[in-house]
Design a protein around this ligand. Structure first.
Ligand SMILES: Cc1cc2nc3c(=O)[nH]c(=O)nc-3n(C[C@H](O)[C@H](O)[C@H](O)COP(=O)(O)O)c2cc1C
Length: 138
C-alpha cells in the first residue's frame, strides 16, 4: 500500500553540512531502487522529513533512519495511506531553512505557523495538512 510518513527530529551537533551531503548521497543511492520519494527540510537544529512509497518499505527505512546518530528524538508526526505520490520525481528534495524563514514567507498563514510550531514540537498532525504546509517550502 502506498503511504506517506512524516517525522521531526533534532539535528545533532556532529551533523555538519558535509554530513548532510552524505545523507543526501545515501538518499540518491538508496531511495530510487526502493521507489521512495520525499522531502527533507532542515535547519541548524531540526529535521523534518516526509517519505512516501510502499508502507512496509518506508516503515523499514524509518526504522533505519531512527538509529542514525546524526539526529535524535525522532518523532512521527503523521503516517497513512495515500492515493498518489506528492513528489513522484524526487528521490529526496532537500531545503535548508533559517529559523526566521517561516515568519517571513508571505504565503504562510497564522494557522500554518501554528501547525509548523506543533510539528517542531513533535505533535501528531493530520497528514494532508502537514503535506499542504511542507509543499509551500518547495
Ligand atoms: C535526517 C536523515 C534522513 C535520512 N534519510 C534517508 C533516506 O531517505 N534514505 C536513505 O537511504 N538514508 C537516509 N538517511 C541515512 C541513513 O540513516 C543511513 O545512514 C543510510 O541509509 C546508510 O546508507 P548505506 O546503507 O548505503 O550506507 C537519513 C539520515 C538522516 C539523519
Amino acid at each position: 500500500m502506498l503511504s506517506q510518513l512524516t517525522y521531526v527530529s533534532t539535528r545533532n551537533t556532529n551533523c555538519t553540512e558535509a554530513e548532510i551531503e552524505k545523507i543526501l548521497g545515501a538518499c540518491k543511492k538508496n531511495n530510487p531502487p526502493l521507489a521512495i520519494t520525499g522531502i527533507l527540510l532542515y535547519s541548524d537544529n531540526k529535521f523534518i522529513q516526509m517519505v512516501e512509497g510502499d508502507s512496509k518499505v518506508i516503515l523499514g527505512l524509518y526504522d533505519k533512519i531512527k538509529t542514525d546518530n546524526r539526529h535524535s528524538n525522532c518523532t512521527m508526526i503523521s503516517y497513512g495511506p495515500i492515493t498518489e505520490k506528492s513528489f513522484p520525481s524526487w528521490h529526496m528534495g532537500a531545503r535548508k531553512l533559517t529559523s526566521t524563514e517561516v515568519d517571513f514567507k508571505t504565503d504562510i498563514t497564522k494557522e500554518d505557523k501554528d501547525l509548523f510550531d506543533s510539528i517542531l514540537n513533535g505533535k501528531e498532525a493530520n497528514g494532508s495538512r502537514v503535506l499542504g504546509l511542507l509543499k509551500k517550502f518547495f
